[in-house]
Design a protein around this ligand. Structure first.
Ligand SMILES: Cc1ncc(COP(=O)(O)O)c(C=O)c1O
Length: 396
């Protein structure tokens, strides 16, 4: 049994996943009661069908699009993967191979998809991203002149929190005749935006990054944009994603979509906490660099490099003391390889290996952050001393 109670623990890894919203939690049992098959014509299908319809409508309203453009999926990874799969097949039917362009710091679900379809003959090119988090726009323009079929650029990066100007990037792609997809998984629930205004053709969203449940998400497909399903079934989601719907996950996401109006206030509060946290870290620990500080960032995300400290060791030390943080993407934790995102941005392996990501959430308090700064300070001092001692012993 852990020595830490839930009360003592401090969760600062909200870009990995978020706790279930307390109001939503109180509603979940009602959704479980809607256990019927939403496709059933009889009475037992009505409740789940209505829940899904209401969720679709809430999502569509929040995103400024039509409910018909919302396709429920199992989450961000499926939404991302299915866009590339669909595009590949769309061109394969014409005996052609597509040309994809993406940023070099996309989520593994995009990167692995691109790797996969490159092996099958697609052309894939990446837009470099600088250490400050800026996309190389000159390279992007050069690539657009080569007429890609689909551009995929994430709305906000899960590790650095850097926000891309999707409206402009999408317009540039459209002017060059390309379709545009954005992975909006980290942006949804943290930033206010209208997909209609951004004018993207496809967008991915995940429920568990916004206080709902794991295993549910959305793929937005703009009306008339080509799409070929990868999951076949009984015609659900207008034949765009087969399989009996995850009613519970979808209804929960719909519940949170109705809370989107909370974002503007939360954003201000969380950003203030984050900025204050960063100032305290900089003021109390030497040789720390806050990544992409000059870029537009998600209000909740702080990514830093702490010189002379191994990120994984630091993470484990903090974990023992009840603090949940990350060295980068959650799926790569436990993996000694440094963050591919930071490497792609031009950081050395040593630098990337010294990274720490702290991501705040709706329930994060000033007090939690203050005790965390103290813990971090002590941990960094201890690890730096251990390293200095072992280097001295190595010399002796
Ligand atoms: C930017 C980004 N895209 C996609 C995903 C994958 O979402 P899911 O966990 O719902 O598959 C994540 C989750 O880590 C993410 O941060």
């Amino acid at each position: 049994m852990s020595a830490w109670s839930e009360m003592d623990r401090v969760y600062l890894d909200h870009n990995a996943t978020t706790p279930v919203d307390s109001e939503l939690k109180a509603e979940l049992l009602n959704y479980v009661e809607a256990w019927g098959n939403p496709s059933s014509i009889h009475w037992n299908g009505r409740h789940p069908k209505n829940l899904i319809r209401d969720a679709r409508s809430a999502l569509a309203t929040g995103l400024g699009v039509s409910p018909l453009e919302i396709v429920f999926t199992s989450g961000g990874s499926e939404s991302n993967s299915s866009v590339f799969r669909s595009m590949f097949e769309y061109y394969a039917r014409k005996n052609l191979k597509p040309f994809f362009v993406a940023s070099s710091v996309e989520h593994p679900s995009v990167m692995r998809s691109l790797e996969h379809f490159a092996q099958l003959g697609a052309r894939v090119e990446f837009i470099p991203v600088s250490k400050r988090g800026e996309l190389d726009l000159n390279r992007y323009l050069e690539l657009l002149q080569q007429k890609p079929n689909l551009v995929s650029i994430m709305f906000a990066n899960n590790e650095t929190g850097v926000i891309n100007d999707i409206q402009t990037l999408c317009k540039m792609a459209h002017d060059a005749g390309a379709l545009f997809h954005t992975d909006a998984v980290q942006a949804y629930g943290k930033l206010e935006f209208s997909l209609q205004q951004l004018n993207v053709d496809y967008a991915s969203i995940s429920a568990h990054k916004f206080y709902a449940l794991k295993g549910a998400g959305v793929l937005f497909i703009k009306k008339n944009s080509p799409f070929i399903a990868s999951v076949f079934g009984g015609g659900q989601e207008r034949h765009r994603r087969g399989g009996t719907e995850n009613t519970l996950g979808i209804a929960a996401l719909g519940f949170m979509a109705r809370k989107l109006d909370k974002i503007s206030q939360k954003r201000i509060e969380i950003e203030k906490l984050r900025d204050d946290f960063e100032a305290k870290v900089m003021g109390s620990i030497s040789d720390v660099v806050i990544n992409c500080k000059t870029a537009q960032r998600l209000p909740n995300t702080s990514s830093m490099l702490i010189a002379g400290v191994d990120g994984e060791t630091m993470l484990m030390n903090l974990d023992i003391n009840g603090y949940a943080v990350s060295t980068g993407a959650a799926c790569s934790s436990g993996n000694p390889e440094p963050s591919p995102v930071l490497l792609a941005m031009g950081f050395t392996r040593d630098e990337a290996q010294s990274s720490l990501r702290v991501s705040l959430g709706w329930n994060t308090t000033q007090e939690q952050l203050d005790v965390f700064v103290e813990e971090l300070k002590a941990t960094v001092a201890r690890l730096r001393m251990l390293k200095a001692n072992s280097q001295l012993q190595g010399q002796g």
